[in-house]
Design a protein around this ligand. Structure first.
Ligand code: NAD
Length: 368
């Protein structure tokens, strides 16, 4: 029996997590972790991350982010998350996903969705096994949220309010994006349509930089065809960490957790951070940035486009409705957040936490 006392000491609080489950299928070797953080507002929605380095602590932290995200956006859902330990680039994904799905059949309070390493095809396998998931392919009546760029669209709506608040005009603002995947590439594309200039983007292979602006459609195309942003014709090629040193108006971390920390925060010369990834900045680094006049919009506000889309899909709504609701809800929560920062001089995370936690507690008060 593993010693869980450390996990309880570190993470159990007034909201959750209410369930932390490890699953193992000896037949296929599938190892997975599921955390249901809080279900007071409704069944927990959260992605299934397929990665070699995922662990219980990370899944617990990500599940909490989902609780806050669903609550801040006013959705009738709680927060959960899952991790499958495996290489997203090799092996038989179908067997892995089907085996994982069968193991979580009884966890009916958890509705899986796509996350890093998984996509709508993976959701198709889960749906086939347990009939419960979001982010399904269109052929199964789903809304493929990564294909349509739900989260990237949401980030662009948040930017529309956050930039003027920080004294920056959207038209002509410069942008650097870490991680050019489902979140990063769509955020860059939607922002480019609003007149923002993408000057740098990175992925695991490196950073591409062009101060005159990268053509977003070309970059998306080369990343799709060659698998790397470095295949972009022109621009300068740099190491992936160099994205942190680019001087620009907007920085969107859209890759991994904990990329900006107290140790590297001094390298950043940016004005606004829109947290596209979940938990990309430690709280200490967020405070340091805020004290230096950098506006950070916390993950569970900025990247909620995906869960809003998921909630629409769960109720059988259309893609058009999903985009309308993302816009309406994200503009509303961003206005609320900016107003609390402005009036009460709160750190953005503190203001955002209060908004979300109050909503979760109000729901908990009505539950047994
Ligand atoms: P993805 O796998 O499609 O893309 C991730 C990208 O990050 C890839 O381009 C990869 O090469 C790059 N990357 C990984 N490590 C890197 C590193 N060290 N430096 C530079 N680039 C690196 O994943 P995604 O769906 O875009 O998700 C990205 C993040 O956003 C995750 O934290 C995820 O939880 C979060 N998120 C995703 C959604 C969504 O709708 N997909 C919604 C909310 C939050």
């Amino acid at each position: 029996m593993p010693d869980c006392s450390n996990i309880f000491e570190k993470f159990a609080d007034e909201l959750g997590p209410v369930k932390t489950v490890h699953v193992y299928d000896p037949r296929t070797g599938t190892k997975g972790i599921v955390v249901i953080d809080n279900v007071a507002r409704g069944p927990a929605i959260g992605g299934v991350r397929l990665a070699l380095d995922i662990d219980t602590e990370e899944v617990i932290r990500l599940a909490r982010t989902m609780t806050l995200k669903n609550a801040a956006a006013g959705l009738p859902h709680g927060g959960g998350k899952a991790g499958i330990i495996g290489d997203p680039h090799t092996g038989d994904k179908e067997t892995l996903l089907r085996s994982f799905a069968r193991k979580i059949r009884e966890l009916t309070d958890y509705i899986p969705g796509p996350d890093m390493g998984t996509d709508e095809e993976c959701m198709g396998y889960i749906h086939d096994e347990i009939g419960r998931c979001i982010g399904k392919p269109r052929s199964l009546g789903g809304i493929p949220l990564d294909e349509i760029g739900a989260t990237g669209y949401g980030l662009s709506r948040v930017a529309g309010l956050a930039l003027p608040f920080a004294g920056i005009s959207v038209e002509g603002a410069t942008l650097a994006v870490q991680g050019f995947g489902n979140v990063g590439r769509h955020a860059a594309a939607f922002l480019a349509r609003q007149g923002v200039r993408l000057i740098a983007a990175s992925d695991t292979s490196g950073t591409i930089r062009r101060d005159e602006g990268l053509d977003v459609d070309t970059l998306i195309q080369v990343k799709k065809e060659e698998g790397s942003v470095l295949a972009y014709p022109g621009g300068s090629k740099m190491a992936k960490e160099e994205i942190f040193t680019i001087s620009c108006d907007i920085f969107i971390p859209a890759a991994q957790p904990d990329v900006i920390t107290a140790e590297n925060v001094d390298a950043f010369r940016i004005k606004v951070v829109l947290e596209g990834a979940n938990i990309p900045i430690t709280e200490e680094a967020e405070r340091i940035l805020h004290d230096r006049g950098v506006l950070c919009i916390p993950d569970f506000i900025a990247n909620a486009g995906g869960v809003i889309c998921a909630a629409v899909e769960h109720r059988g709504g259309s893609e058009k409705h999903a985009f309308e609701l993302i816009r309406e809800k994200l503009e509303q929560t961003t206005r609320e957040l900016l107003s609390a920062i402005d009036r009460e001089k709160l750190y953005p995370r503190k203001a955002a936490m209060r908004m979300a936690v109050d909503r979760v507690k109000a729901a908990m008060a009505l539950r047994r």
